[in-house]
Design a binder for this molecule. Structure first.
Ligand code: GDP
Ligand code: MG
Length: 166
């Protein structure tokens, strides 16, 4: 099995930390600089019987002008071409406007969607459960997985969840 996954999420939610964790070595990250080309390969995860190609999709943010609008539309098109959209959010109990904007943009796209709630090492278990329930209400995600990219918890499960959708 192999497939393409794009990671989206606000700045600082832990996208780079997650990729570093998945790959195990920081050297595997190709680049974290803003890119102009779409669907740039960030890294490739090779499991026993599957391969997951992680792509970077910059530009899913609230556009400020015509160029911004164009960039968002290009990014949205690229989301239709992948197997799984992985949306990363952080441990905030309430969804911020940045998260809401992204959710709105992706909810009508047919591509499978997984939500990873990152930084759960900062939370108590009942807080994690509450956030999961909040997101379940949107009915947008195939799977919701709490993780700590920093400590590695939940990351193996997340990889399995991605694999199931490839
Ligand atoms: P990006 O902008 O989405 O790529 O986010 P980064 O990967 O650069 O992470 C932003 C900050 O959050 C850094 O200071 C990370 O160390 C921190 N961070 C990332 N993942 C976790 C996590 O699972 N737990 C905690 N406590 N901090 C994290
Ligand atoms: Mg980053």
């Amino acid at each position: 099995k192999s497939g393409f996954v794009t990671i989206i999420g606000r700045p600082n939610v832990g996208k780079s930390t997650f990729l570093n964790r998945v790959i195990g070595e920081k050297i595997a990250i190709i680049s974290d600089k803003p890119q102009t080309t779409r669907n740039k390969i960030q890294c490739v995860y090779t499991g026993d019987d599957h391969q997951i190609v992680f792509l970077d999709t910059p530009g899913i943010h609230k556009p400020k002008n015509k160029l911004g609008q164009y960039m968002v539309s290009v990014s949205k098109d690229s989301l239709k071409e992948v197997d799984v959209i992985l949306l990363l959010v952080d441990e905030s109990l309430e969804m911020g406007p940045g998260d809401k904007y992204i959710l709105d943009e992706i909810k009508d796209i047919k591509t499978h969607k997984i939500l990873a709630i990152n930084k759960i090492d900062k939370l108590k278990k009942d807080e994690v459960d509450q956030i999961v329930r909040n997101y379940e209400e949107f009915g947008v995600f195939d799977e919701i997985v709490p993780i700590s990219a920093q400590l590695g918890s939940g990351v193996g499960y997340l990889i399995q969840a991605i694999k199931k959708l490839l």
